[in-house]
Design a protein around this ligand. Structure first.
Ligand code: SAJ
Length: 437
């Protein structure tokens, strides 16, 4: 592929010179990206529409677990600029868009944030910039939203501006940081791929270019659909194993001894977070427009969304076996975050279980050391700062297996335990009053 002199010059600039990274959206993806760019020696302008968030960031207060206050304060002290003034982005050589891409009504993609970011680009984009979308979305989004934006800005693709997609791969609570995670990059043209690859190579150690923005968009959806489908598989097998009187946890551990061709996934109360339950729906929604079936995605969603009710049914049966009716029973819920060792409750299946129990007249006490008591109260549950609150409950249900929980004391304080995460077995804690998925 022959590159224009202009594109070659931009590649050299991104490769050899100090340049300014502009990050649009300072959440769990954008803020780590901004700090990474700073740590890699680039100038950084962070833009967000939230005045409160920008004020906190400039004061060195991080709400993102993967960015410490000290890291943030050091970045601000050495010149990283957080602002709500989009015009500041005119000084950026590359714009990285990391805004939310949630589902809206009927679990259809809510493109408002990407649309707003595209409007920002239309108002500030200038000659020489790379514009890279990172928000998880359906194949075709980058062309559909960013090409009109650069046209509106009076720019011409590959002549004086470059456009690409590069999926974020943040795993909240994981020790891997942005610069250590390989990055897939796909330009809307081969020239844009080349320029985007050069820019990203300054941010991360390992860049994997693909042939188009659509290929990059679908890569991300494959990654997360793969997880959603495999989690649904073990969630269904957990129900099958229970019907057979088999311990699914033992079976998964046994299968995991296979040194090739098997990756262990584990059953749970459902699938939470802002990625796995949502991202596959972007693909399913777009595929429907093309009359292409996505039966695995649809079935995985059905199985995963039904898990909270399955947990409630198992709890009702367990209580009934001990002559306790669900209505007016007391349940001690352990863990409301959507996965271990984080505070995020978005789309948390633990919340679905507890709300479902409360709707059946169950009194709910909750212990989650990662989630603020005010937040637990807002859901109508009674927060407990330690596990001894279990002693007043008819059953303890473990919904999120945070590492910091004192499981030995929890079990000793409980009349009955229902473990939806297999954490007690993992910890070698067994007793006749412990039951699990
Ligand atoms: N879960 C299970 N069983 C499993 C694994 C997960 O029930 O075997 C549940 C979790 O408890 C959680 C949900 O599924 O409720 C999602 O879990 P997750 O581990 O996929 O965590 P996320 O959504 O925070 O992060 C994922 C990333 N995770 C990993 O790669 C391990 C990755 O897919 C994406 O980089 C990220 O979403 C994203 O931002 O898309």
């Amino acid at each position: 592929m022959s590159l224009s002199a202009y594109a070659t010059a931009q590649i050299e600039r991104f490769t050899l010179q100090r340049w300014t990274a502009g990050v649009i959206g300072l959440g769990y993806v954008g803020l780590p990206l901004a700090i990474t760019a700073h740590n890699r020696g680039l100038d950084v302008i962070g833009y967000d529409v939230s005045e409160a968030k920008v004020a906190e960031l400039n004061a060195g207060i991080s709400r993102i677990e993967d960015v410490t206050n000290d890291e943030l304060a050091a970045a601000v002290a050495s010149g990283v600029e957080f602002t709500t003034d989009a015009n500041a982005l005119k000084d950026a050589d590359a714009l990285f868009i990391a805004v939310p891409s949630p589902l809206g009504v009927n679990r259809h993609p809510d493109m408002r944030f990407i649309e707003a970011a595209a409007n920002t680009v239309a108002s500030i984009a200038r000659h020489g910039q790379l514009i890279a979308l990172e928000s998880t979305t359906y194949p075709g989004t980058t062309e559909e939203y960013l090409l009109p934006a650069i046209t509106q800005a009076g720019l011409v693709l590959d002549e004086n501006v470059f456009v690409a997609f590069s999926p974020e791969r943040v795993d909240p609570g994981n020790v891997l940081h942005t610069q250590d995670i390989p990055k897939v990059v796909g330009g809307v043209t081969p020239t844009s791929t080349a320029v985007a690859t050069a820019a990203y190579q300054r941010l991360v150690a390992n860049v994997h270019p693909v042939s188009s923005a659509k290929a990059a968009e679908l890569t991300k959806l494959l990654e997360n659909t793969y997880r959603a489908v495999n989690i649904a598989l073990v969630n269904e097998l957990a129900q099958v194993a229970h019907a057979f009187g088999i311990d699914i946890w033992e079976v998964i551990d046994a299968a995991a001894t296979k040194p090739f061709g098997f990756q262990a996934f584990y059953p749970g109360p459902g699938v939470g977070g802002h990625c796995i339950p949502l991202d596959p729906q972007f693909l399913a929604w777009r595929a429907r427009h093309l009359n292409v079936p996505t039966r695995f995605i649809d079935l995985a969603e059905d199985v995963n969304l039904a898990m909270p009710e399955y947990v409630i049914t198992r709890l009702a049966t367990l209580l009934h076996e001990h002559d306790i009716a669900l209505p007016n029973a007391r349940v001690f819920g352990v863990g409301v975050a959507y996965k271990r060792n984080i505070a995020d409750e978005r789309e948390s299946p633990a919340m679905d279980v507890l709300r479902g129990l409360a709707a059946r007249g169950v009194h709910i006490d909750v212990h989650d050391p990662h989630v603020a008591n005010d937040s637990i109260k807002r859901h109508g549950f009674v927060p407990h700062d330690d596990v001894t609150g279990a002693k007043d409950a008819d059953v303890t249900v473990i919904l999120t297996d945070h590492d910091c929980i004192d499981y030995a004391t929890l079990v000793a304080s409980s009349r009955l335990v229902f473990d939806t995460r297999g954490v007690l077995r993992r910890r070698g804690i067994d007793a006749s009053h412990i039951h699990r998925l």
